[in-house]
Design a protein around this ligand. Structure first.
Ligand SMILES: C[S@@+](CC[C@H](N)C(=O)[O-])C[C@H]1O[C@@H](n2cnc3c(N)ncnc32)[C@H](O)[C@@H]1O
Length: 293
């Protein structure tokens, strides 16, 4: 991560987040495999699946794996960050097994003309990206516009925030993680307010999907549960995540908590998180989907 100017204009350098996205993809794969299977379940043979805001490509890897084990199909990756798009293409192609076609499209979800550049889809998946667009309801309309009749739009938004730290870390005031979450909520509100064309969407995702013209709307969850003592990957991810939170939401923490967080992510200090054997990852992702009639 570079620079404190981020705090003021809220622009996220997505390419910079590749390492974290990749680790999260690996940690989430077990929980999201049944979700991928469920979403592909009702689709026609050799479906076209479009993943908008595909990031490091984790969910599309799961889609491609399922399709490769069945009759094949097409996975289209759409992302505004070329570095991530390249990574995702590579990751998905590696499991495509020759019977899944992999296509990459550099495109922006805030572009109402996106549909002109993307093949019609049987399933559109968009996780963690709609909330980065100023007009979220408009973005859902754009996503619904990528569907064939009968196609399904599924978004990954909301859920339960990941927890990874013990209540009492033995340094600073207990309950740090709750205050990090509260600070993150403040950051999020500022990030949303700073997006161009930002408009309020004063209702929840299922209603937003209905407003976008979809029917059969339903929501379900995926539990992310990596209990202690955890793997090296988990420890690395937690250190990365807390470092990221420190950089982005630090200004909403009090000075004591800021000092605690700095000690937790200092690899040379005695309180470094990377030396702990009591980290974990526990949270849930919510998935909302609806069908174009
Ligand atoms: C939080 S990441 C989510 C990645 C992945 N879908 C996941 O759930 O882990 C957001 C992704 O959306 C992309 N992105 C952000 N704004 C976008 C936009 N307006 N249009 C297209 N992609 C966008 C970023 O490049 C990044 O890959």
């Amino acid at each position: 991560m570079s620079g404190h100017s981020h705090h003021h204009h809220h622009d996220i350098d997505w390419a910079d987040r590749l390492a974290q996205l990749r680790m999260a993809d690996r940690l989430d794969a077990d929980a999201l495999t049944p979700a991928a299977r469920r979403l592909l379940g009702g689709l026609p043979a050799r479906p076209v699946v479009v993943d908008v805001g595909s990031g490091a490509g984790g969910m599309s890897v799961l889609f491609a794996r399922e399709l490769a084990g069945g009759g094949g199909g097409t996975v289209v990756l759409v992302d505004a960050t070329p570095e991530l798009l390249g990574e995702a293409r590579r990751a998905v192609a590696a499991v495509a097994g020759g019977i899944v076609e992999v296509v990459g499209v550099e495109g922006d979800l805030a572009d109402p003309q996106l549909a002109a550049r993307v093949p019609r889809a049987d399933l559109v998946w968009a996780s963690g990206v709609v909330h980065h667009v100023g007009d979220q309801q408009g973005a859902l309309r754009t996503l619904a516009g990528l569907l064939r009749p009968g196609g399904v739009l599924a978004i990954g938004e909301g859920g339960l925030e990941m927890h990874c730290l013990p209540w009492d870390l033995g340094i600073g005031r207990p309950g740090l993680e709750h205050r990090l979450s509260a600070a993150r909520a403040e950051w999020f509100a500022g990030m949303r307010a700073g997006l161009s064309g930002s408009v309020a969407m004063p209702y929840g995702w299922p209603r937003a999907l209905r407003e976008a013209g979809l029917g059969d709307v339903e929501s379900f969850g995926a539990l992310i549960d990596h209990p202690m003592p955890g793997s090296d990957l988990l420890r690395e991810y937690v250190v990365h995540r807390v470092g990221w939170l420190a950089e982005w939401v630090g200004e909403w923490l009090d000075p004591d908590d800021r000092a605690t967080v700095a000690a937790l992510i200092d690899p040379d200090g005695p309180d470094f998180l990377g030396h702990r054997d009591d980290l974990y990852l526990f949270g849930a992702k919510q998935i909302h989907c609806g069908r174009l009639r």
